[in-house]
Design a protein. Sequence first.
Length: 131
Amino acid sequence: YLCEQAHSLIKTNQFADALLLLEMAQGLAPHHLRPKVEMAQLHQVQQQYAKGFEILHLLLASHPNAIPLIAMNYVQLAHQLELSQQALTDLEKIQEKHPYLDVAAALDWLSKANSTNEVPSRSEERRVGKE
């Protein structure tokens, strides 16, 4: 419930309040995934790309079941930080062992972002994910 409230606050740019709720959620459930994912998204929205990327990078190793959920945000943050090659390597290794449509869409997004030096639109992201 705290994460849902925080998510709503992030959408309305109430970042300080969202941060407090996410910190509470992490304190109450330190091993749960959602507070961490929401925290990374909060950092991404605030253009704190390094903080968001660090959270998601740690989740890749510690929560393999979260990979499809976080793949797109992971590549977007990596692209912002000019760490596209690292994200490409990380996700290709995962994709070889356990193919996921969400990871394939994220890799495609990253390829397009790198080849055009522009960030594909959100509609482009959704279209790629449905192919």
